[in-house]
Design a protein around this ligand. Structure first.
Ligand SMILES: *Cc1c(COP(=O)(O)O)cnc(C)c1O
Length: 399
């Protein structure tokens, strides 16, 4: 089967209201009708091209959704006010009381907390497994299982999901494979590998400006229609709707994603190779030492590289904190959570983004106190960055 290239963004064409090269921003929450009959039909979802109310749909949100669906190669998409809005809507749309989820145990802290603490209130239970072992995933499936949930590249441990084989497993047991692709846009195309639903926190690489939170669900027309159903849809009824001003802004930023991803990946590979050569415990999917390096290579869209995320282990939380403070002081990046910014961002997952995960469970997953997660920036001179980082590490006796 011949797939289109991952980056179909260039094929998206919009004409603004007055012929502008950017589509006009739909700055309205509500829309007028020339006839009352059309209004009723629009509420019922029977009229194409008519809008009723911007929580249901807005021209700007549809434009952004269309571009994201083109990127992921899905029939369509629906944008949200945050990545968590996209994730929680998808899970609650798919599952009802008494049903069950098999999830990777290394996932974003917020998603973990939702599955561990929140959905049990609705009698939806989750079994957390090592997602890199497909047989363990299968062993956790029960007659009530509805979803297999994972991240293509996991947060923060950078484990790689074998999406093709997980998709086969999902088909065999009649389950939905839901993949959060936030860490690896363009680099991995989960839908093309068989995932049913692809989610992104647009907050990260796709928007790339660290100026908003936003999210998207990419999937079939049928599933997106279910999410947006006025009587029964989680997107519609939970109301995590993106604002049109923001979707217009994300759409403009997204157009340079392919160039940014190449640079993030190039810089991250450079640092990872140097760190590893210096004897630091380094995790990056582009290193031959990564347990899933071969798997990543076999599923990736190679021109975008192995992504911008890497981790190192400097031995203790104190050392990690000292190094991050010093690197910020030397203007190498920011001591901040999140990812996908032009500057390098570094944080200590155990005490920040993954703090929702209890310490004992963090240990079991292989998360250590000295772990530093880097979202490597777009630095034009990455060697200079490396040299200065090296000086910081020598100064703190990390090397
Ligand atoms: C940030 C993040 C989320 C949550 O997205 P928000 O936009 O902050 O709601 C979900 N998954 C992953 C992998 C993330 O990094």
């Amino acid at each position: 089967m011949a797939f289109k290239p991952a980056n179909n963004i260039q094929d998206v064409q919009h004409f603004g209201e007055f012929g502008g090269v950017n589509p006009s921003i739909s700055d309205s929450s509500t829309y007028t009708f020339m006839s009352a009959k059309t209004m009723f039909d629009t509420f019922e979802g029977n009229t194409d091209g008519c809008y009723l109310y911007s929580r249901h749909a807005s021209p700007s949100n549809l434009n952004l959704s269309e571009a994201l669906a083109a990127m992921e190669g899905t029939e369509t998409a629906n944008v949200y006010a945050s990545g968590m809005g996209a994730i929680t809507s998808t899970i609650l749309q798919h599952c009802k009381a008494g049903e069950h989820i098999v999830s990777s145990r290394t996932i974003y802290g917020g998603t973990y907390a939702f599955l561990k603490n929140f959905t049990p209130k609705f009698n939806i239970e989750t079994t957390f497994v090592d997602i890199t072992k497909v047989d363990r995933v299968e062993a956790a499936i029960t007659p009530n299982t509805k979803i297999i949930y994972c991240e293509s590249v996991s947060n923060p441990l950078l484990e790689i999901a074998d999406i093709k084989n997980l998709a086969k497993l999902a088909k065999k047991h009649n389950l939905q494979l839901v993949v959060d692709n936030t860490f690896s846009p363009l680099s991995i195309s989960p839908a093309k590998l068989g995932a049913d639903v692809v989610i992104h926190s647009l907050t990260k690489f796709i928007n790339g400006s660290s100026d908003t939170v936003a999210g998207v669900v990419c999937g079939t027309q049928d599933f997106i229609n279910q999410l947006r159903d006025v009587n029964n849809g989680a997107a519609m009824l939970l109301g995590a709707t993106m604002d049109s001003m923001r979707s217009a802004s994300v759409l403009k930023n997204m157009r340079t994603l392919h160039i940014r991803m190449e640079q993030h990946s190039k810089n991250a590979l450079y640092l990872a190779e140097k760190f590893e050569a210096n004897g630091l415990k380094t995790v990056y999917p582009g290193l031959a030492s990564h347990p899933s390096h071969k798997l990543y290579k076999s599923i990736m869209n190679s021109q975008y590289g192995f992504g911008g995320m890497l981790t190192i282990d400097v031995g203790s939380l104190d050392k990690a904190n000292a190094l991050m403070e010093l690197m910020q002081h030397k203007n190498l990046g920011y001591l901040a959570v999140s990812l996908g910014f032009y500057k390098t961002l570094f944080s200590s997952p155990g005490s920040s983004t993954s703090s929702e995960i209890p310490e004992a469970e963090q240990k079991e997953m292989g998360m250590s106190n000295g772990l530093i997660r880097f979202s490597v920036g777009l630095d034009a001179d990455i060697n200079r960055t490396y040299q200065t980082m090296n000086e910081c590490m020598l100064e703190l006796h990390i090397l």
